[in-house]
Every structure is written in structure tokens, then in C-alpha cells.
Design a protein around this ligand. Sequence first.
Ligand SMILES: Nc1ncnc2c1ncn2[C@@H]1O[C@H](COP(=O)(O)OP(=O)(O)O)[C@@H](O)[C@H]1O
Ligand SMILES: [Mg+2]
Length: 349
Amino acid sequence: MHKLKIAVLFGGCSPEYNVSLQSAYSIITHLNNDKYEPVLIGITPTGEWFRFTGDPVKIKDNTWCNSQDCVRAIISPSREVQGVLEFDNGKIREIKLDAAMPVLHGKNGEDGTIQGLLELAGIPIVGCRTLSSALCMDKDRAHKLAYAAGVRVPRSFIIDDKKNWETVCEQAENIGYPLFVKPVRAGSSIGITKVLNRNDLATAVKLAFAYDDRIIIEENINGFEVSCAILGNDELIVGELGEIELKNGFFDYTEKYTPKSWTFHVPARIPAPKAEEIKNTAVKIYKALDCSGFARVDMFLTPMGEIVFNEVNTIPGFTIHSQYPRLLQAAGMTFEQVIDTAVGLAVGA
Ligand SMILES: Nc1ncnc2c1ncn2[C@@H]1O[C@H](COP(=O)(O)OP(=O)(O)O)[C@@H](O)[C@H]1O
Ligand SMILES: [Mg+2]
């Protein structure tokens, strides 16, 4: 059988480089080898591109980038190639692709940049395309579109470098403490602070500015976070809901990758009618933000039963322990089937 060539892009010039390596390892090792031939493209934290031909374990261990296993390679923007150009000892080799799956979290990967290159090159994307990736990465613009679709979002305001500090403090008072300070475009809780009082606002703003030139300040939403896995283009598969029970504080970077500090309940401990309403809200958000392929929609459920949008992750964590695959597994799919369906949506299988 002719195997389809699927590029898996991993690593990335992003603070979430390490998370990507873990997700990519799981995806590569669960890809159906009878149907697909993976073409592994690694991007270093400084943004260099290589084709990797070694053992995928080296991706997981972050030892993949070495001269035995790597040759320089790029995705060509030219549709004539529709694939990868490999530079081997002065020779250029073309590898035609049937699809590409960016497994890159955060900046320069989940934000529409790579998706734009793939669309330009005429290579089908496994996952969200350029517009939805860029919109979902921008917490402010994603909120505005979800709100326009009739979904409640946290009250918030934006700070950029032109904003006067007194106005910022006033607006923060209006929102009320505690509040959340976030870079508009980041992930894995990087640069995010829960600010308990005005004395800590300046430090939090400074930290967030290290990751983006626009900062969003949001009201604190009481309750807990629920996540919904969606898979599909027009006809959507919606997984079980997940509920994150935190042992302390909020879901920061250390907590996210320290399994002991939080419990993930699948399905969420929510009565069936409310769970249905949350799933419908997630679908509404997915469509409002033009998502396709797959995405994880995160919301809050307040003690009053209100559903408040938080964010969409267009390339959610994808290890076998990650929320996204677990939510679909709880709805009856295996990890392999999740990947197979996602790839199938891109190649039209
Ligand atoms: N407005 C909010 N109210 C309450 N908790 C929040 C709010 N915003 C974020 N959080 C907490 O902070 C975590 C990280 O914020 P999030 O916006 O999801 O950023 P990231 O893209 O880094 O995952 C969330 O999982 C949640 O625990
Ligand atoms: Mg989040």
C-alpha cells in the first residue's frame, strides 16, 4: 500500500519547546505505520530547522539535534515542491508531503505562523488553519469573538506600552482583586500571575511584558476550569468533559507538569444537562473562532452554574497523559484513533 507522507513538526522557537517534544514523541509513536510514513522536522529553540531520522526516543530526551540524525531541511513555500527541501552535503532533495502536523505549542507554531507557511505551500494541515490558530492564540481577540457569539467572557482590559500607569491602576480597581495578568499571546501559564492586591500589580505586569507586547488583565472567575475536546471540520466529535481540581492556587507552569498537584476528573463531576450545555458552548466557540481539525476549548463553570470562556488551545498537550486525548478516550476512542482521525481529516481520508 502506498503510504502517505505526513510531516510532524516538533520543538519550536517557543518557551513551550520542551512540552512539544513530549507531545510529538507520543504522536509519532502512535501514528499508524501501515498508512503513514512520518517525516520528522525538528525546530530548535533558536529556530533552526532539521529533518530528523533517528530514534524518536531522542526527541523525548531532547538529544535529537545531532549531526548523525539530522540534516538541514525546510518546508518550501513553493507549491511546485509541496513539501520539504533537504540540504545534504551540497545536494538538495525534495520530499513531497501529503499533510503536515505542527506539534508546536505556543509562539511560532500554535499562532498561525507555521500554518500560514503550510497553506502557502499547498500542504494540508492536520489541525487548525492560519486564521483560527492566530485568533485562538490571542486571548483578547478570541474573547471578543466568543462574546459576539453570545458566550460569557471574563471582564478585562488591555495594556500596551503606550498606556498610562495611573489609568491601568484605575481600571484594575474597577475589575477588582484578585485579578489575572497575562501576556495576550502565550501558553502553559508562562508569564501569568494571579494578583491578590495592588502592591503586586506592577511586578506581574512587568513579567507578562517579557512574553508579549500586549497584556490582558482579567477578572478572577470563581469556580473550576472545564475542558472540552473537539475533533472534526463540519461534523464534530465532542469528547467527555474534564474538570481540573487544583490543590492550591492556580494552574501555573509547575502545576501543569507536576501531576500530583492537581486531579483531572474525566468525566467532569457535572450533572448531565449542564454538561450538555457546556459541550454546546464549546462547539459554539470552536465555530466562532473558525477552528478545524481539532482543538481543546477551556471554560470555567461558576458556583452559580454560569459558563465562562477561558481559551482555546489549537495544539493542546498531546502526550498519552494529556487532557485532550484522555477526553476523547473517555468517549470511546483510542489514542491511535484520535491521531488517525485528525490526520484523515487533513488528507481527506
Ligand atoms: N480569569 C480567570 N479566573 C480564574 N482563573 C484563571 C483565569 N484566567 C486564568 N486562570 C487560571 O490560570 C490558568 C492559566 O491561564 P490560561 O489563560 O489558561 O493560560 P494558558 O494559555 O497559559 O493555559 C488557568 O488554567 C486557570 O487555572
Ligand atoms: Mg490554559
